[in-house]
Write a protein that binds this ligand. Sequence first.
Ligand SMILES: [Zn+2]
Length: 91
Amino acid sequence: MHTLDKLKAKHPDKIEGWYKDMDGYWVDLKYGWQDSPSSEVHAVHEPTVKEVVEHFKLVCPCDCLYCQTRGEQWLDFDVDTGKTVVMHRQQ
Ligand SMILES: [Zn+2]
């Protein structure tokens, strides 16, 4: 079994899934989790499996708008107005 499949089996509450591409390994986190405190980044991304496993120890609860609305809304920075705006998922 792949190490990241084992990690997912160990943390089914936190991990949505994982994949590998030319930039390395990506572990997508479920709503309510971020890759490190105050990052509001919802995936763990590292060049190697070993680093992903190490980085995963920093995963902690997230209560950002994106997590609260389960991906329906999120905050973004509008470069034209210089203000933070609420974005909505296109249906
Ligand atoms: Zn979040």
